[in-house]
Write a protein that binds this ligand. Structure first.
Ligand code: AHR
Length: 498
């Protein structure tokens, strides 16, 4: 099969906000305890942060990490996680039916984020709590000093404000599973009032209002519209969350799920802009896709876990090579919409539906999905170019036209580099993929990295951590100003030119 991609410097999607390569750490399962934090582990630093995990995280080059939830945040009392650790209470976490010991809270997490070269995207509790507690928290985190909470922070050893710039106004408030879920009206009102007080404390922050917890929520659409009608003037982003499953075990359908992500994004953009038009507003609301991933492998196993354990092994999906191919397609979908998606978080980062897995007291390793994320996060910086693609398509229940090649290119002007990301969705066809580089005269191939495996269900595990890894074995030839890349069946490809 043949396919052709034409790249034009002037045909741009937009500048990529690096925060689309964000991730997420929730107080859930072993994300924090046994994940990023394990005092006594042989690699732990002075604060108990695992450095084997930290090294892997640094390879992912993550600019922002959402914290502390997720569903957890809707019952969280942030004051539990500050100051003297010996005095911190053990609490019931209703979201995950676990015991929260509060050994890690915002004091520790902001320090961990600094060490990980990342910023924090902090969520406030709009489930059991409201504007007052959100005001107290932002005063603790961002106010210079001379007030009760800012001085409490200083007393706790942090003279300088944490200066957290991005804040989520609650989490998935449309979901019946949420502690104190709300109607769109109820949430819109409280989100608006909370946004006002938070920006009064620190006008430099950016705020994310909760959108729907998924495209198939029965309230989708009306939820976004109502929430934005209340909050439009006070917030900067609306969130999108979506997880993808492969219960049907059909790769043709599964690998087309990124088209659903594109539809979701385009639908939310349309709603944002319709509210903008109705309000005669000059302001544009952008999107924060702050939870996305594949999630289904662990559902059965989680049902068998006894409640009220400390850091139980919840949501520990073991990802396959097939999942990595979809994650590659989803990353491409985000880049293709970088004109409006300004933040996104791979949910999550360690152990919980995560690219990184650990054993308590043992090893840390990269799951299959680690690699496409690492590639796009590191090489997908700069300007996204519109993919002018000629390619055969197939038909299924997701779309009448699923292209066999999913692709996007990024031009990094600073590094004088063009990088093409491509997934071959075909099971048996090698694709001769020609990339027209006429506008990038004299571009030379730097590397064609590919990830392939004979078994779509192959995984990386503690005993076989390098079973599915990328290699620089891809074949790309340049003839005049056209590169011909060989995209093997079911492959993830990163083709770099300079
Ligand atoms: O990421 C796991 C959970 O998925 C989050 O806590 C919640 O926001 C979503 O439903």
């Amino acid at each position: 099969m043949k396919a052709k991609l034409t790249l034009s410097k002037i045909s741009k999607i937009g500048t990529i906000d690096k925060r689309i390569y964000g991730s997420f750490i929730e107080h859930l399962g072993r994300a924090v305890y046994g994940g990023i934090y394990e005092p006594g582990h042989e690699t732990s630093d002075d604060m108990g942060f695992r450095q084997d995990v930290m090294e892997l995280i640094k390879e992912l080059n993550i600019p922002i990490v959402r914290y502390p939830g997720g569903n957890f945040v809707s019952g969280y009392r942030w004051e539990d996680g500050i100051g003297d650790k010996a005095k911190r209470p053990r609490r019931l976490d209703l979201a995950w039916k676990s015991i929260e010991t509060n050994e890690v809270g915002v004091d520790e997490f902001q320090e961990w984020a600094k060490r990980a070269n990342s910023d924090v995207m902090m969520a406030v509790n709009l489930g059991t709590r409201g504007p007052q507690e959100a005001q107290d928290l932002i005063e603790y985190c961002n106010f210079q000093g001379g007030t009760y909470y800012s001085d409490l922070r200083r007393k706790n050893g942090f003279e300088k404000p944490f200066d957290i710039k991005v804040w989520c106004l609650g989490n998935e408030m449309d979901g019946p599973w949420q502690t104190c879920a709300k109607t769109a009206e109820e949430y819109g009102r409280i989100a608006c009032e909370t946004a006002k007080v938070m920006k009064w404390v620190d006008p430099s922050i950016e705020l994310v209002a909760c959108g729907s917890s998924g495209l198939t929520m029965p309230t989708f659409g009306d939820w976004e519209r109502t929430v934005l009608e209340h909050t439009y003037d006070y917030v900067d982003y609306i969130s999108l969350h979506q997880y993808y499953n492969n219960y049907e075990n059909d790769p043709d359908v599964f690998l087309a799920r990124s088209l659903e992500m594109e539809t979701f994004i385009e639908s939310v953009v349309a709603i944002c802009d319709s509210v903008k038009a109705k309000k005669h507003s000059k302001k544009t609301i952008n999107l924060s896709f702050d939870e996305w991933n594949v999630w289904f492998h662990s559902h059965g196993q989680d049902k068998r876990i006894e409640p009220w354990g400390k850091a139980p092994s919840l949501l520990e999906d073991v990802y396959t090579f097939e999942d990595a191919l979809l994650v590659g397609c989803l990353l491409i979908a985000l880049v293709k919409h970088c004109d409006r998606v300004k933040m996104a978080c791979l949910a999550q980062l360690v152990n919980v539906i995560a690219p990184i897995m650990t054993e308590n007291g043992g090893a840390a390793w990269a799951q299959t999905i680690f690699y496409p994320f690492m590639h796009v996060s590191n090489y997908g910086r700069g300007t996204a170019l519109k993919p002018i693609l000629e390619c055969e398509t197939y038909e299924n229940k997701i779309s009448d036209k699923v292209p066999y090649v999913e692709t996007v290119a990024v031009h990094n002007e600073e590094k004088n580099e063009v990088v093409v990301f491509a997934v071959n969705r075909s099971a048996d066809q090698t694709i001769d993929f020609s990339i027209d580089l006429t506008e990038f005269q004299n571009a030379k191939l730097v590397e064609h990295t590919e990830m392939i495996h004979a078994d779509l269900k192959a995984t990386n595990t503690a005993s076989n951590p390098k079973n599915v890894v990328p290699s620089a074995t891809g074949v790309t030839k340049i003839e005049e100003n056209t590169a011909i890349a060989t995209l093997k069946p079911y492959s993830w490809n990163v083709i770099r030119f300079s």
